[in-house]
Design a protein around this ligand. Structure first.
Ligand code: NDP
Ligand code: 8X3
Length: 257
């Protein structure tokens, strides 16, 4: 039977690659993000390439009322959501705690934590009604270890990790699976967003290593989604070969090879 997935933050990076992966595997897809043009372009591409239905929903995940309105107003034939990928998120700034911009903190907490809570709270009742569903929360290695100047971004991803565990417990009796995927360095728009468009600074985290791609992470998400019904993958951590965790890198790998 045809399945439907809702992917937040599908206008770029990991979310965009995940939308393509699920479309390739026959899912109808609801794609969300703020940049409407990018969602429309992706929607057209996936529809023609994979012969699936795509619904583009442009909205800001930080806007609680808007999130609930968008889900409430879904056409009836889009309300049977089998998979929710909570991916929309960002880092803003990389500064010592004492130097950081409070607006950056607000943005990260509002998007990575509160936005994830809003969309989950709006979609979960639709899953409970059907006693089935699978939620994939995109956390990070930053949710496993805190790194220098990572303070609040790491805090939001530790929160995602805790929320992921809590959801799995609370949704157990509803037959809903909950998985977290925690990537290390992935080359997407993430760093450019973190450094507010400064391309030079944005390149620094990837210097001397071969980072993951959005497609690498989409493959891992698909692995978790594609298990038999009785199997739940609780957590996956995936890093580039040249990264051991949030802190340790082999930055010479690319140079040596
Ligand atoms: P990108 O910047 O490439 O993509 C982020 C996506 O989130 C975009 O589609 C963006 O859409 C969406 N988004 C951001 N803010 C909002 C908002 N307020 N409302 C709605 N959508 C929003 O980054 P990635 O693909 O790398 O990041 C995806 C997730 O993966 C994030 O949660 C990130 O923390 C996590 N992650 C990333 C890693 C990396 O190294 N890249 C590693 C580990 C985790 P738009 O701008 O159109 O709104
Ligand atoms: C993104 C990976 O190491 O930049 O979550 O925090 S990192």
């Amino acid at each position: 039977m045809k399945k439907t997935a809702l992917i937040t933050g599908a206008s770029a990076g990991i979310g965009k690659a995940t939308a393509a992966k699920l479309a390739q595997n026959g899912f109808d897809i609801i794609i969300t993000g703020r940049r409407e043009r990018l969602l429309r372009d992706l929607g057209e591409k996936l529809t023609s390439q994979f012969n699936v239905k795509v619904l583009e929903l442009p909205f800001d995940i930080r806007d609680q009322a808007e999130v609930f309105k968008q889900i409430k107003e879904l056409p009836d034939n889009w309300k049977q959501i089998d998979v929710l990928v909570n991916n929309a998120g960002l880092a803003a700034g990389l500064d010592k705690f004492q130097d950081a911009d409070i607006d950056d903190w607000e943005t990260m907490i509002d998007t990575n934590v509160k936005g994830l809570l809003y969309i989950s709270k709006a979609v979960i009742p639709l899953m409970i009604k059907r006693k089935r569903g699978h939620i994939v929360n995109i956390s990070s290695t930053a949710g496993k270890e805190v790194y220098f100047k990572g303070n609040v971004y790491c805090g939001t991803k530790h929160a995602v990790d805790a929320i992921n565990k809590a959801m799995r417990i609370d949704l157990l009796e509803e037959g809903i699976k909950v998985t977290s995927v925690s990537p290390g360095l992935v080359e997407t728009e993430f760093s450019l967003v973190r450094f507010k468009g400064d391309r030079e600074k944005a390149g620094i985290p990837y210097a001397g290593i071969e980072p993951l791609t959005g497609e690498d992470v989409a493959d891992v998400i698909w692995f978790a989604l594609n298990r038999p019904d009785h199997v739940n993958i609780n957590e996956i951590i995936v890093t580039p070969k040249a990264q051991a965790n949030s802190i340790y890198f082999n930055r010479e790998q690319v140079i040596r090879e």
